[in-house]
Design a binder for this molecule. Structure first.
Ligand SMILES: *Cc1c(COP(=O)(O)O)cnc(C)c1O
Length: 384
């Protein structure tokens, strides 16, 4: 089922909780049916009847989660991928050898590693900027040569904020597209296309699914970019980074609670950021919801409903002191990844390559859905 009163709602709570109100036409099932079929029947004239041929190209279980993500982002189309990295790399696979891309130095480390080991070898020219403020971007873009300006806001793992509209102005003037990794903010808190982004990608392994039991990715294109959507769809088919139908079904299930999860995580994260700021053992708290964050005013303007569930803090005493704190937690789990129901803490520099720009005395936390008092007491005892 396609359009209905629910899917016209402007409120993400309604869109997510009802999964756009779709009902399966053949059974009236209110929950998305799982359709794992690899292949689809052709009529006697050898033409496909349902517009579907083979699941590497498309599968009916993708339609509802793709429509929901697209609706939340205000896009012109969405594609699901086998992982966030598959979604991210497809944006670069569109490019030609010699094309130039600009991205922030502190970007999701998997993308930095991919560009260094594969993007460069393949002929891409890469410029890293200290941050994506308009004047730094201005000096990094090359008129007509830069094809992608890559943004992430708040960005891993120090939660820098980028003014998307200002960055998009610079990129578009130079003839580049703006692609943004919206994994951390989610469309619940930020809708980059409204601020001028052309392509939005997600690791759905994090908040979108939200239950720590799935690897998936998504790419959304702005409504004016239908040609890019078909290019990406062809690339997905040809490189084969398509999502499994069961994973797609799980993702749809997880996204029904997206709004509520992001709201709770954001509320708790703000309280925890304030609590950490008052601790004598903490050197610095990095969280866009704090008034002393350098771009707090941009975050207030660009984000709605909270500042997200991710924050980092630098522990007095350096790397060893930070690692000790991470080792002492009892409710937080010491683990990689984020955006699940349970809170995790991680010494991020230790997880990245030795040349990482990530501060070595810094711990990254993902705030989950536990009671905030339990989380604060846990950090308190770990810091003692
Ligand atoms: C995890 C993550 C990715 C990569 O996604 P996978 O689903 O693990 O491939 C990309 N960007 C950000 C911001 C992430 O946190």
């Amino acid at each position: 089922m396609k359009d209905n009163d629910i899917s016209k709602s402007r409120h993400h709570e309604t869109l997510t909780a009802t999964a756009l109100g779709w009902v399966d036409e053949s059974t009236d099932a209110m929950a998305l049916p799982l359709r794992p079929s690899t292949s689809f029947l052709r009529d006697p004239n050898q033409l496909d009847r349902a517009g579907r041929i083979f699941t590497r190209d498309d599968n009916p279980t993708f339609s509802q989660p793709e429509a929901l993500i697209n609706k939340l982002e205000g896009g012109g189309g969405c594609l699901l991928y086998a992982s966030g990295m598959a979604a991210i790399t497809s944006v670069f696979q569109r490019l030609q050898p010699g094309d130039h891309v600009v991205l922030p130095k502190l970007v999701y480390s998997g993308l930095r590693d991919w560009l260094n080991s594969h993007g460069l070898r393949w002929g891409l020219q890469v410029t890293y900027v200290e941050d994506c403020s308009p004047h730094l971007l201005q000096s990094a873009v090359k008129q007509g040569k830069t094809k992608i300006v890559w943004l992430e806001t708040p960005s891993n793992p120090t939660w820098q904020i980028t003014d998307i509209a200002a960055a998009a102005d610079v990129a578009h003037t130079a003839g580049a597209l703006v692609a943004i990794d919206n994994t951390v903010a989610t469309p619940i808190l930020t809708r980059p296309i409204e601020h001028g982004a052309d392509i939005v990608v997600h690791s759905c392994s994090k908040y979108m699914n939200g239950h720590g039991d799935l690897i998936a990715g998504a790419a959304v294109v702005a409504p004016q970019h239908t040609a890019i959507l078909s290019e990406l769809q062809n690339l997905r088919n040809e490189y084969g980074g398509v999502l499994g139908s069961f994973e797609s079904w799980l993702l749809m299930r997880g996204m029904r609670t997206l709004s509520a999860r992001v709201r709770i995580a954001s509320e708790s994260a703000l309280q925890i950021a304030q609590f950490l700021q008052s601790s004598e053992r903490v050197e610095q708290v990095l969280y866009p919801g704090l008034p002393d964050h350098p771009l707090h005013d941009v975050a207030v303007r660009q984000m709605s409903g909270g500042f997200g569930g991710m924050l980092s803090f630098r522990v007095k005493g350096g790397e060893q002191a930070a690692k000790l704190v991470a080792g002492k937690v009892r409710i937080f789990r010491q683990a990689i990844s984020f955006g699940s129901t349970e809170s995790v803490i991680e010494h991020r520099a230790g997880m990245e390559k030795p040349d990482t720009p990530t501060p070595r005395d810094m711990l990254r936390v993902s705030i989950g859905l536990e009671h905030v008092q339990d989380l604060m007491s846990d950090l308190q005892q770990a810091l003692e």
